[in-house]
Design a protein around this ligand. Structure first.
Ligand SMILES: [Zn+2]
Ligand SMILES: [Zn+2]
Length: 339
């Protein structure tokens, strides 16, 4: 089988690799497609070297078909079409005991702390494996992990029918949040500066605003008679996004922080006081979000295929990273992993 290894500081080596036979409670999956995520780009740049052991196989967004199962695995068998919820909670920390294993204090993320999906055959714990319906293509199924992120964000944001949701950042996650919020019946405005992404989201029927050309708060006020947005999703993890997010919500409006801020940004706490705003963090997903994502993707109601801009052979991971960094016309890039 083949794999792509990260050796540190932007070095990737593709080649033959030994497959790991599934042990008790494990499943080996023939990976069909694996998505490239911003997190993988961070690993590639060396920003996460404290969490990965080199040589490391990245990748946590995927679809595939079960090749074989280890002992003590029930309900899964060879030939099953599946995706993976790449979380391995400890089961014994305060977060796990409180029922929040998805944000376990000692969480292992498959593809970061353990080998990931950028290989032909991926061996994972059976509890992380979710079957997908026959009618869902393996290409679209590779988007289930980021779609589950979006479902979690929209659930934490409690988006209701008729509300105005503003998404700051129109990359893959922002677009998927827009899809999921619209499914809940919200009107969605996406703030984004990349012209390709603005045009794509516009074609998909979303209202868009370019904050480099237009005052986003003025637009939101115009849309709401001066009231403000019901819910705002910050997906850019930028200082500008953190500054903008407090300007948009209505009285007692909600802000959901989705972006991963590596440094604490400046935030206008006076605005929280003045409008009695509510702030929510939303990290990864829980099982019900994955179940919701599978249901939505299978329904065919979401324009998921329009987000896949490139499908590259596994060996061309470096080209995928280059395209993402170019900031041009990339949205979601998939790797074809099966031999
Ligand atoms: Zn990801
Ligand atoms: Zn735990």
């Amino acid at each position: 089988m083949r794999a792509v290894y990260y050796h540190g500081s932007k070095t990737l080596v593709a080649g033959e690799a030994a497959s790991v036979p599934p042990g008790p409670g494990e499943v080996r999956i023939r990976v069909a497609y694996a998505g490239i995520c911003g997190t993988d780009l961070h690993i590639y740049h060396g920003h996460m070297d404290a969490r990965v052991t080199t040589p490391h196989i990245m990748g946590h967004e995927m679809s595939g078909v079960i090749e074989d199962v280890g002992a003590e695995v029930n309900g899964l068998q060879p030939g099953d079409r599946v995706t993976v919820m790449p979380l391995h909670p400890c089961g014994d920390c305060p977060a796990c005991r409180a029922g929040y294993g998805h944000i376990c204090h000692r969480l292992k993320f498959l593809g970061i702390e353990t080998p990931g999906a950028y290989q032909t055959l991926w061996t994972v714990p059976a509890f992380a494996v979710l079957p997908i319906p026959e009618s869902l293509s393996l290409e679209l199924a590779a988007l289930l992990e980021p779609l589950a992120v979006a479902c979690h964000d929209v659930r934490i944001g409690a988006v209701q029918k008729g509300e105005l949701a503003v998404v700051i950042g129109g990359g893959p996650i922002g677009a998927l949040i827009a899809f999921a919020a619209r499914e809940n019946g919200a009107r969605v405005l996406v703030s984004e500066i990349n012209p390709y992404r603005l045009a794509l989201l516009g074609r998909l029927g979303f209202e868009t605003v370019d904050p480099s050309r237009e005052d986003v708060a003025a637009r939101v006020n115009a849309l709401t008679g001066g009231a403000g947005a019901d819910v705002v999703f910050e997906v850019t993890s930028s200082a500008a996004g953190a500054e903008l997010m407090t300007k948009l919500p209505r009285t007692r409006g909600r802000i959901v922080v989705v972006g991963i801020f590596s440094k604490p940004p400046a935030v206008d706490l006076h605005r929280f006081f003045f409008r009695e705003l509510q702030l929510f963090g939303a990290r990864v997903y829980e099982r019900e979000d994955f179940v919701r994502a599978i249901g939505l993707a299978t329904s065919g109601r979401l324009p998921l295929a329009s987000l896949i801009t490139d499908i590259l052979p596994l060996e061309r991971l470096a080209d995928g990273f280059k395209k993402m960094e170019s900031g041009g016309d990339a949205m979601k890039i998939l790797l074809r992993c099966a031999e």
